[in-house]
Design a binder for this molecule. Structure first.
Ligand SMILES: C[S@@+](CC[C@H](N)C(=O)[O-])C[C@H]1O[C@@H](n2cnc3c(N)ncnc32)[C@H](O)[C@@H]1O
Length: 302
């Protein structure tokens, strides 16, 4: 997920892809439900991005879309719905997620226009041909050499085509600063631990290369012309819908299992209470929890 705007999306398993058995990245094959749940809760944010694309940013209607690092294809399908003249290709390294993408496309009657392509990006693009829209939704930061990946993806664009890069923003918050027990400010401390995990995850990636995260500069170095950078709020105030509540509970549960060992005993005890469905002050029952965050999106043209 976008660093800065990412939630905690895994169980801390090692990645099972053959090339990076030392990776500390998520075991993506197990992440379908979490990614689907997140995309459904964040749907309004994506609606705004599509409106901006259609409204002023895109100078022509895309006929071919590549969703690079598509996961289970929620956004691939949404892109296909937003651009009914386009074929959309979900590209991912996790076969289990691409199967989900195919099921999803079938269930939405989009299987004529949505297809999948298994690839460990940035390799495996050459068989795909060109596209006039490349969507990179919180996937670039899971690739070791981000500049090389951007350059290869830029090569897949037709002249005048657009690359849409979702990276950066503000971490999503769910809890009041003081939620009535434990030491106030728990989410800030979880974020510090998550930043440490993120650094280790990046260092462990195949071909890991540190890059200053000046995304427009990286897009320009890939031969593209940065056209706009905008940040999109996700603001679902308390009390939460059942979907938002489930997302909050699952995200905190994952924080606990992935990062809990780095929290002190008081914070861990507070987190335990927050995720315990039997506790009346848990996020399963309280009405003062919310979803508030921001996703930054960089648009660049070939
Ligand atoms: C945070 S998820 C985002 C999924 C989707 N874009 C979304 O917004 O719901 C990152 C995705 O990137 C994929 N991924 C990570 N590294 C990859 C690589 N080198 N090649 C292809 N896919 C990759 C993972 O399998 C995972 O599905």
């Amino acid at each position: 997920m976008a660093h800065g705007a990412h939630g905690t999306h895994g169980h801390g398993h090692t990645n099972q892809n053959a090339h990076d058995h030392h990776s500390k990245d998520h075991d993506w094959g197990t992440m379908a439900e979490a990614l689907e749940q997140r995309a459904s809760v964040y749907a309004p944010q994506y609606t705004q991005i599509f409106e901006d694309l259609r409204g002023s940013l895109l100078k022509r209607t895309p006929k071919r879309i590549i969703d690079a690092g598509s996961g289970p294809g929620i956004l691939t399908c949404r892109l296909a719905e937003a651009f009914p003249e386009a074929e959309a290709i979900a590209v991912d390294a996790a076969p289990a997620l691409l199967e989900r993408a195919e099921e999803r496309a079938r269930s939405k009657g989009l299987d004529g226009r949505v297809r999948t392509h298994l690839a460990e990006l940035p390799d495996g693009l050459s068989d795909l041909g060109q596209a006039d829209l490349v969507w990179l939704g919180q996937s670039l930061h899971h690739m070791g050499d981000q500049q090389a990946a951007l350059s290869r993806l830029a090569d897949s664009l037709t002249p005048g085509g657009m690359l849409v890069l979702l990276e950066g923003g503000l971490s999503t918050r769910f809890l009041p600063r003081d939620f009535g027990f434990g030491r106030p400010g728990l989410e800030s401390r979880i974020e510090v631990v998550r930043d440490g995990w993120f650094n280790e995850m990046r260092d462990s990636l195949h071909g890991a290369k540190r890059e200053t995260e000046d995304w427009p500069a990286l897009l320009a170095a890939a031969g593209l012309r940065p056209a706009a950078t905008r940040s999109y709020l996700i603001d679902l105030p308390a009390p939460p819908s059942p979907d938002a509540r489930a997302h909050i509970a699952d995200t905190l549960e994952r924080s606990r299992s992935m990062l809990g060992e780095h929290l002190d005993a008081e914070d861990l005890a507070a987190l335990d209470r927050l995720v315990d469905p039997d506790d009346e002050l848990s996020v399963h029952r309280r009405d003062d929890v919310f979803v508030l965050g921001a996703q930054t999106v960089h648009f660049a043209v070939k």
